[in-house]
Design a protein around this ligand. Structure first.
Ligand code: PLP
Length: 410
C-alpha cells in the first residue's frame, strides 16, 4: 500500500506528549501547511475565470477555514448552523447556502447577509424565500439546484442525479420556478447548481458532466429567456483511501477543463465547491495501543479512542490505511494479522480488519492518515462518554516540508 511518509512534525508532537504524560495518546493532528500547499496547488491549476469554494461540511474547524481563506473564493454552508459559523468566522468572504430543509429563519438570515447566495432546492423553498425577499430592501442572489439525468452517466452507482432524491428540482419544475422568479423581482437568478456525483475518481467523466451542465444551461437560458451567467458544478471529487495516488486527478481535470470552456462556456462561468478533496490529506487521527490480545485465534489491538472519534472507516465501509509508530516496548506480536479496534463496547468499533503488521505492542501509536474530512465531525462523539481526542493544529510556518499525495498525483 502506497501511503504518505510520516510527516515528521506529527512524530515530533507524539514524542513530546509521550515525554509529558504517561496517559495513552488520542488525538487529531491537522497539518495546516500541508492544507495550504494542497489548496494552492488546486487553485493554481484551475483555469482563469473558474471559482473554488470550500464545502465546510467536510471539516469546518476554524483553523482550517482560516488557512483556506486566502486561497478560496468563499465557503459553502450546507445548513443554517454552518452558515452562522462561517459568517462569524469568515464574514469577509462570499458564502453559499445550500441543503434541503432550510427554515424560514435561516432563509431570512441568508437573504440578509451581504454576500450570500442561496441554492434553492425546491419550488416550495423558492416560494418561502420569495415571501421573505419581498420584504427585503435588497436583491437576493439565487441559484436553482437542478437534478437532471445526464445521458450515459446517470446509471453509475455514485450518481445522485437523474433519479429520485430530496436534492434539487426536476427540469419539469423550471417553468413554474421561472414564473415565480418573474413575480418576485427581489430574487435575482444568477446561476444553476449541480452536485450530481460524489466520490468521483474519473476526471474524464467529470469533464463530461461539466460539458453537459454548460450545454443545458445555455438551452435553459434560450428557452426561458434567462441571462444566467454562472454554473456551480458542485464538489464530489473522489479520494482513494487505499491508494491515494489513484484519487481524482485534479491536474488532468483542470487541463481538460480548458478545452471544455473553450468550446462550451460561451460566456458562462464555472464554480466548484469541493470539501473532501480539499481537506482530507491535512488530518491525522492518532491512537495509542492499550492492549494486544488474542481471541479465538485472531489478534486484536485495542487502542485509545475509536469510531466515536473517527467514524470514517465504518462510514466508508473500508479498512482505513494506517502506519505504526513503534513505542518502547518489545513486540507483543510479530508478522501477524491484527484487527484494530477502539474502546467502544460494540463489535462495530473497528478501524481496520485483519491487517498484516511486522511488530506491534501496547504503547505503539496507530497513525491514520486522510482524516481531515468527514472524520471527527461525522462521529457520534458522546456515545459511551469517553473524553474527546486532543485537537492539534500545526501552524503553517512551524515546520519544513511534508508528505504529499498532491505532488504524487502531479
Ligand atoms: C457535500 C456537498 C459538497 C461537498 O462534497 P465533497 O464530496 O466533500 O466534495 C458540495 N456541494 C454540495 C451541495 C454538497 O452537498
Amino acid at each position: 500500500m502506497t501511503l504518505h511518509c510520516f510527516p515528521e512534525p506529527i512524530e515530533a508532537a507524539i514524542a513530546q506528549w509521550r515525554a509529558e504524560s504517561p496517559e495513552p495518546i488520542c488525538a487529531y493532528i491537522y497539518d495546516l501547511q500541508a492544507l495550504e500547499r494542497h489548496v494552492r496547488w488546486m487553485r493554481e491549476a484551475l483555469p482563469d475565470g473558474c471559482e473554488l469554494y470550500y464545502a465546510a461540511k467536510a471539516n469546518p474547524e476554524a483553523p482550517l477555514l482560516r488557512t483556506l481563506a486566502p486561497w478560496v473564493h468563499g465557503f459553502e454552508a450546507a445548513s443554517g448552523g454552518e452558515l452562522r459559523w462561517l459568517h462569524e468566522r469568515q464574514s469577509g468572504h462570499p458564502l453559499l447556502f445550500g441543503g434541503p430543509g432550510k427554515l424560514d429563519s435561516e432563509l431570512a438570515l441568508a437573504a440578509s447577509l451581504p454576500a450570500c447566495t442561496l441554492h434553492v432546492e425546491s419550488l416550495g423553498e423558492l416560494a418561502r424565500l420569495a415571501a421573505i425577499a419581498d420584504l427585503s430592501d435588497k436583491q437576493v442572489p439565487v441559484f436553482l439546484r437542478m437534478n437532471i439525468a445526464v445521458p450515459g452517466i446517470s446509471d453509475t452507482r455514485l450518481m445522485m442525479g437523474g433519479k429520485p432524491t430530496p436534492f434539487g428540482m426536476d427540469e419539469g419544475d423550471l417553468p413554474q420556478a421561472v414564473a415565480m422568479l418573474r413575480r418576485h423581482p427581489r430574487l435575482r437568478l444568477e446561476g444553476f447548481h449541480f452536485h450530481l456525483m460524489s466520490h468521483q475518481k474519473d476526471a474524464r467523466m467529470q469533464l463530461d458532466l461539466v460539458r453537459a451542465y454548460l450545454d443545458v444551461v445555455h438551452r435553459w437560458n434560450a428557452t426561458y429567456g434567462l441571462d444566467v451567467g454562472m454554473v456551480n458544478a458542485g464538489g464530489g471529487f473522489g479520494v482513494d483511501y487505499a491508494e491515494p495516488a489513484s484519487s481524482f486527478d485534479w491536474l488532468q481535470f483542470c487541463q481538460g477543463l480548458r478545452g471544455v470552456l473553450r468550446e462550451h462556456a460561451r460566456g458562462l462561468r464555472l464554480r466548484f465547491e469541493p470539501g473532501r478533496y480539499v481537506s482530507v490529506t491535512c488530518g491525522w487521527y492518532v491512537m495509542e495501543v492499550i492492549d494486544v490480545k488474542r481471541s479465538h485465534g485472531e489478534y486484536f489491538a485495542v487502542a485509545r479512542g475509536g469510531t466515536h472519534h473517527f467514524r470514517t472507516p465504518p462510514a466508508q465501509g473500508h479498512d482505513h490505511p494506517f502506519r505504526i509508530l513503534r513505542g518502547a516496548h518489545p513486540p507483543a506480536i510479530e508478522n501477524e494479522r491484527v484487527t484494530l479496534v477502539g474502546q467502544l463496547c460494540t463489535p462495530k468499533d473497528v478501524l481496520a480488519r485483519a491487517q498484516p503488521v511486522q511488530a506491534l505492542a501496547p504503547g505503539d501509536c496507530l497513525l491514520f492518515p486522510l482524516a481531515g474530512a468527514y472524520a471527527w465531525n461525522i462521529s457520534h462523539q458522546n456515545f459511551l462518554m469517553h473524553p474527546a481526542p486532543r485537537m492539534v493544529f500545526l501552524e503553517a510556518n512551524a515546520r519544513a516540508a511534508s508528505p504529499a499525495w498532491p505532488s504524487v498525483v502531479a
